[in-house]
Design a protein around this ligand. Structure first.
Ligand code: A3P
Length: 320
């Protein structure tokens, strides 16, 4: 990620300086969507400060993902597994806090939070692409869990989420235009236009590193959003014999339970994300279904996205 700040004549009328975010050649600037750019600018600053100041430890576990791929669910599961000794306590933070406030994104942490780590909790997360991760994350070879979801479902999920961010006072995004922009890799709608391209590239980079280095990356491929995953967790887990606990972890982190907790139904804003987006906590829980795209995309739209997905993911070892 490179950021450049210049006095660009074309945008002199705007009070903002010209800023440009480049991710592997795709560029997003405040000339595109000034409103969204305020938040993008804060995210960009967060990414840069994480790159400069964040020092990963070999014992760290990083949850890496693209937005709307199941990050909230994976944060809850990972936190529950890591804190399994106190999991059954009534003070379990998952019962009273949004998973994003329990396991924050490093790009949203303030300087003090970045430098003073909680030694008891080696769990961190990021939406940053592989190529933008702080050097220490790659160099110290800590564990990385990367989650990826069918881009059609991520797209529909993002459409709803972006609508929530815009609020009810603005018109909803025009659906067909939105799909067209998404498919064309357009950056007109900052959140989603840039998203699709990055999904393919990001997944590819993470998975390529997985096979070419001794980095410990756990690949979690499609259909992670359902209970079918329980058997994989039991197989992966060294606490195999304590299946009662596995079941409890899976249950608590299920969409039904998490989304019905008072804290997650709340219209209050997430404390860790508040300075970027005024986003209600309930926005992170919508349906949690695999294949919900079928209710929104026409066969043509789906076929076009599938075709691009196939191209972008070709050689990554992932398919949807
Ligand atoms: P939908 O909008 O398709 O329902 P992210 O956490 O990366 O922002 O992704 C959000 C998506 O994950 C949303 O998908 C949301 O409903 C779903 N989700 C959140 N918590 C979940 C859980 N515990 N189990 C399954 N899906 C969950």
């Amino acid at each position: 990620t490179n950021a450049s700040s210049t006095n660009h004549t074309k945008y002199r009328r705007s009070s903002q300086p010209f800023l440009e975010l480049k991710i592997d050649g795709i560029s997003l600037s405040n000339s595109v969507n000034t409103k969204a750019f305020g938040s993008v600018k804060i995210m960009l600053q967060g990414i840069m400060s994480a790159q400069e100041q964040f020092k990963a430890q070999p014992t760290d576990i990083f949850i890496c993902s693209h937005p709307k791929s199941g990050t909230t669910w994976l944060k809850a599961l990972s936190f529950a597994i890591l804190t399994r000794n106190v999991f059954l306590s009534s003070t379990n933070p998952l019962l009273s806090e949004l998973p994003h406030d329990v396991v924050p994104f490093i790009e949203t942490l303030s300087f003090t939070d970045i430098t003073s780590r909680d030694p008891e909790l080696p769990l961190l997360s990021t939406h940053m692409p592989y190529t933008s991760l702080p050097k220490s994350v790659v160099e110290c070879k800590c564990k990385i869990i990367y989650i990826c979801r069918d881009p059609k479902d991520s797209f529909v999920s993002m459409w709803h989420f972006a609508g929530k961010l815009r609020g009810t006072r603005q018109k909803p995004f025009h659906w067909r235009r939105h799909v067209r922009n998404f498919v064309k890799d357009s950056i007109m709608v900052a959140l989603t236009g840039i998203m699709f391209w990055v999904i393919g590239k990001q997944a590819f980079n993470f998975l390529r590193e997985c096979s070419s280095s001794n980095m410990k990356i756990c690949k979690m491929t499609p259909s992670p959003m359902s209970g079918e995953w329980q058997s994989s967790w039991v197989a992966l887990s060294p606490w195999k014999k304590r299946q009662g606990l596995v079941q409890k972890v899976v249950d608590l982190c299920s969409f039904e339970i998490l989304s019905n907790l008072e804290v997650n139904k709340s219209k209050k804003h997430s404390s860790s994300l508040r300075h970027i987006w005024k986003v209600e906590k309930n926005a992170f829980f919508r349906k949690g279904k695999v294949g919900d795209w079928e209710n929104y995309l026409t066969a043509d739209m789906a076929a076009t996205i599938d075709q691009i997905t196939e191209q972008k993911f070709s050689g990554s070892g992932l398919s949807f």
